[in-house]
Design a protein around this ligand. Sequence first.
Ligand code: GGG
Length: 357
Amino acid sequence: MSHRIAVIPGDGIGKEVMPEGLRALEAAAARFSINLNLEHFDFASCDYYLEHGQMLPDDWFEQLKDADAIFYGAVGWPDTVPDHVSLWGSLLQFRRRFDQYVNLRPCKLLPGIKSPLADRKPGDIDFYVVRENTEGEYSSVGGKMFEGTDREVVIQETVMTRTGVDRVLKYAYELAQSRPRKKLTSATKSNGIAITMPWWDERVVAMSGSYPEVSVDKFHIDILTANFVMHPDWFDVVVASNLFGDILSDLGPACTGTIGVAPSANINPEGTFPSLFEPVHGSAPDIFGKGIANPIGQIWSAAMMLEHLGHPEAGQAIVDAFEAVLAEGDEAILTPDVGGHGTTESLGRAIAERITG
Ligand code: GGG
């Protein structure tokens, strides 16, 4: 059996880290005799937009819907295309049309990486952010009135549906139940956002009876961000709305030393549509072209993709490989964000060699 993977590098450092993601993916596929059929696409990038006036071709759904997974880099090049145009024209279309309603983002302090938080060591920070990924604050409901006048009115609604919230909560509860600590934290702001968030809290409580082994707590998003920094060891699985989850899943990896290592899986749990795997980081125009972007976020995303495709041993081999390379701490190989003076390629090659064995 062959897995059809749609490969989309996107923008900026997405184009630099993708080759290293593929190098690791192919090394793992070779070692575990996994047949991959990689198909490369240039759309969902700002270069494509400049040529075609849109981020995606009209038939993108047809082109991608039969893929077993999508392997994506990063989106955004604000010098040429406004960020809301590039994001809404690509990644958010994928998440919505392919109903990838879970955005799973591990947050783990890796060996050899120094956390900016005092005295933290591997094992102290090891949790998941489960981000609702198709509705919430990322809604396209709203509009403008009296544009450009003194009476200008701008409205964007938060949309929460029972189906949308319950299904992501169910995923988070089940993930928490499968882990040794069995702990779920819900991100809320029900004191200030007094309609949607108290209702979110109610849905969390309503589902708790089905998971008696899972201990549940909740924090308002403001103190939750503070606790990510002060007590990251408190967390096991954190479930959050689209916007809160987006923020928390940048902050979490920042607490582990660098957002460059953070992976994500945009999952359609039913398997009706392909799931999408991408690093948490964006296109990073400030370092694009220097060859110093950390490829581990992309490589770890490849590991999550292999696990999703039914090859957990291959995914684990990738994780073991980058953890071993990080633990060795060879500064000539490591990228600057993790204390080295190597390149995207030197780190990617070292990891691929380790996977091969
Ligand atoms: N690789 C992820 C990426 O390019 N992210 C850009 C971004 O702004 N994402 C916002 C989001 O994940 O909602």
